[in-house]
Write a protein that binds this ligand. Structure first.
Ligand code: NDP
Length: 248
């Protein structure tokens, strides 16, 4: 099945973890993918790995998604390099956890600037090209923490709840141009981000997941591929929780 033949996708945070798996899943079904991440080495390595499996499908671009001007320039470059962009996946994200009592202003700003403003920056950069593209999709990777909150993650919860509100507003604004915009709210997924958690925290989390296990990056990539596919053409403004039942 080649659901994404002749389609072009941009995946931010594509250098590792969930983003790399999303980029791989789209390339596996025929998409040309711009793999975007903060560091040249990370997106370069991910693109090399994807090209080794699906030759000529991936190209690496390093940018800080929080940098508005740099993202506008990059969007122009990617649009020129690929000719069109059909799918934008806003996946770049960071955590700077800590209880509010100890949270520094810098920790708040870094998380909001990357996770929320980063999506504003890319949507601004790519919206014109998306409005002209066929089957245009925006998919934002939020989090269950944006739905239910979490002690020690006020910055992250606010950024992901904001991303969900942003998703719905963008869905309404761009519906007239047949661009859909949806969010996925992953639960706990095994990546570098969750590897940082202490074992005791991981065990406590698993106790709250009805399916009693962490998810993997493929679980999220499959959901993104569905929302990006023609099968999801009539779905917009939704939040799909892929979380082992955590937030049912
Ligand atoms: P990782 O930490 O494994 O990877 C994050 C990716 O984002 C990296 O490629 C990183 O670039 C990139 N990135 C971070 N900051 C920036 C920036 N300012 N500009 C450009 N790229 C940036 O994260 P995950 O794969 O675990 O998470 C991916 C997304 O899924 C995030 O939005 C996260 O919040 C969300 N999520 C994750 C969950 C989980 O359990 N893992 C649960 C719920 C949501 P580089 O490689 O160059 O450092």
């Amino acid at each position: 099945m080649s659901r994404f033949a002749n389609k072009t996708a941009v995946v931010t945070g594509g250098g590792r973890g969930i983003g790399q798996e999303i980029a791989r899943a789209l390339a596996a079904e025929g998409a040309k993918v711009a793999v975007v991440s903060r560091s040249e080495s990370s997106c370069g390595k991910a693109a090399d790995e994807i090209n080794a499996e699906f030759p000529g499908s991936a190209k690496a671009y390093a940018v800080d998604v929080a940098d508005h001007t740099a993202v506008q320039e990059l969007a122009k470059k990617i649009s020129e390099d690929f000719g069109t962009v059909n799918i934008l996946v806003n996946n770049a994200g960071v955590t700077r956890d800590g209880l509010l009592m100890r949270m520094k202003e810098e920790d708040w700003d870094t998380v909001l600037d990357t996770n929320l403003k980063g999506a504003f920056n890319t949507v601004k950069g790519f919206m014109r090209v998306l409005m002209k593209a066929e089957d245009a999709r925006i998919i934002n990777i939020a989090s269950v923490i944006g739905l239910i909150g979490n002690a020690g993650q006020a910055n992250y919860s606010a950024s992901k709840a904001g991303l969900i509100g942003f998703t719905k507003a963008v869905a309404r604004e761009l519906a007239g141009r047949q661009v859909t915009c949806n969010a996925i709210a992953p639960g706990f997924i095994t990546t570098d981000m969750t590897d940082e958690l202490p074992e005791a925290v991981k065990e406590a989390v698993i106790g709250k997941i009805p399916l009693a296990t962490f998810g993997n990056t493929k679980d999220i990539a499959e959901a993104v591929a569905f929302l990006a596919s023609p099968s999801a053409r009539y779905i917009t403004g939704q939040v799909l929780a892929v979380d082992g039942g955590m937030t049912m």
